[in-house]
Design a binder for this molecule. Structure first.
Ligand code: ADP
Ligand code: ASP
Ligand code: MG
Length: 403
């Protein structure tokens, strides 16, 4: 007997037929003599609908009350799937985050899981029950409901797999696995049989929403055996693990796009020590994370600094910098959210030269202008006009995978 955690995303439980299909997958796993914990997301676009509903009542609700609202979608899903399993005559129990002791940090809307008191799950599994757990939610030190950030049900599943030392954690979604690129944007994207935790973490952090980045971080830390697969077709998916076999090693493993970026440029700064410090200290004080940073070569004792922030931080960043204009000293500020970040990821980059130049050649072929570049050991990111980002992805994809 193995213990298996299975997570089903929103589209997998969107309507009654799909709920029955999901119940069928869970039932088969249980009947094969495994312990099964299934983590469920809210149905379809429920979470987005709740956000719209809240805005009709109050355009600036407290994060605490938002979490009370958003967490209800997952509670509905566990009850409905439990009813489908009951109808099949199987022993099942549905539990909220609070009932299974998912303890999180205090931050409403973006809490991190601190620990899981696994006793309740263990005792239900001992009774040979199928356990259904509401994803995306936990409880903080005030005994308030928290949510884990959009896409957070993946993290619930991996955290439970780590807590009960499960043999396998399967993330069922609406595509057949992890692809070289978002298969909805790039039609010839290829499914990967395997990918390393490190590469998957980069892809997830750089915009591939197929896995929540914290779920990958946690899977790596606790060596959780992770698989991404489809709830619609029964086929092996993509295995996420520490290392992949030699046949799977390609120059890059994937391409991702992140549209959640804005670029700010400060022009005519004095070219002297301490200027960058003043700019980024002001932003840090406002708790704004900065991603790509570019500084021009000084000319006539002035220089420019541009950088990117999350779109949600753009207006705050603008007003913080405007407020510190006297102290920092710049002649102009230009702010835009009409940009997107396109990145290539691959552990093979470390040992193979010319990867970045191949990417830039693809962008040249696509006639896409690059406004910023940033690199690390296993990724290269470029900032481009958001209207050109999908085309850029397609050209880069074809350069690396169709050549
Ligand atoms: P779920 O509701 O199951 O959590 P998500 O919408 O969060 O599903 O994630 C699945 C989606 O991720 C896919 O439909 C696909 O469009 C998108 N996606 C982005 N990049 C990739 C990639 N590299 N491989 C697979 N899917 C990707
Ligand atoms: N329902 C939540 C969301 O839409 C969590 C999840 O689906 O993982 O973000
Ligand atoms: Mg998701």
């Amino acid at each position: 007997m193995a213990s298996i955690v299975q997570k089903f995303g929103g589209s997998s439980v969107a309507d009654a037929d799909r709920i029955r299909r999901v119940a069928g997958i869970i039932a088969d796993t249980y009947i094969d003599n495994n312990d099964v914990v299934a983590v469920l997301s809210a149905q379809g676009d429920t979470t987005d609908e709740f956000i719209r509903k809240a805005a009709e009542i109050n355009e600036n609700p407290s994060k605490r009350e938002m979490d009370v609202l958003l967490s209800t979608g997952e509670q509905m899903s566990i009850a409905l799937v439990a009813m489908a399993l009951e109808k099949m005559g199987l022993p099942v129990v549905s539990l909220t985050g609070w009932q299974v002791g998912i303890r999180t940090t205090a931050d409403y809307g973006g809490a991190r899981i601190k620990r899981i008191d696994g006793d309740r799950i263990a005792s239900e599994l001992d009774k040979r029950r199928i356990v259904l757990v509401a994803g995306f939610q936990g409880i903080n030190k005030y005994d308030d409901i928290t949510t884990l950030g959009r896409g957070g049900s993946d993290t619930t599943a991996v955290a439970i797999a780590a807590a009960i030392d499960a043999d396998l954690c399967q993330i069922f979604t609406d595509v057949e696995g992890v692809y070289t690129c978002d298969p909805r944007k790039v039609k010839n994207a290829r499914k990967l049989e395997e990918i390393t935790y490190d590469e998957m973490l980069e892809l997830a952090s750089l915009g591939a929403q197929v896995l929540h980045n914290r779920s990958v971080e946690m899977a790596k830390r606790y060596a959780v055996n992770l698989e991404v697969l489809s709830s619609f077709v029964r086929k092996p998916g993509t295995k996420v693990r520490e290392a992949v076999s030699a046949v799977e090693q390609t120059k890059i493993s994937g391409i991702a796009k992140d549209g959640d970026v804005a670029r700010i440029a400060l022009l005519g700064l004095r070219d002297e020590p301490g200027v960058a410090f003043k700019v980024f200290r002001a932003l840090a004080k406002a708790k704004i994370n900065v991603d790509i940073i570019l500084q021009s070569i000084g000319r006539d004792n002035t220089k420019d600094i541009s950088f990117t922030v999350a779109r949600g931080d753009m207006e705050t960043a603008r007003s913080v910098l405007e407020g510190a204009r006297g102290a920092i000293g710049f002649s102009d500020m230009s702010v835009t959210d009409k940009v997107a970040k396109v990145s290539i990821v691959g552990a093979g980059m470390m040992s193979s030269s010319g990867i970045a130049s191949l990417m830039f050649e693809a962008l040249y072929d696509a006639k896409v202008n690059i406004s910023m570049i940033s690199t690390s050991e296993i990724k290269v990111s470029v900032l481009v006009d958001e209207r050109e980002a999908d085309r850029a992805m397609q050209y880069i994809h074809d350069k690396f995978f169709e050549g």
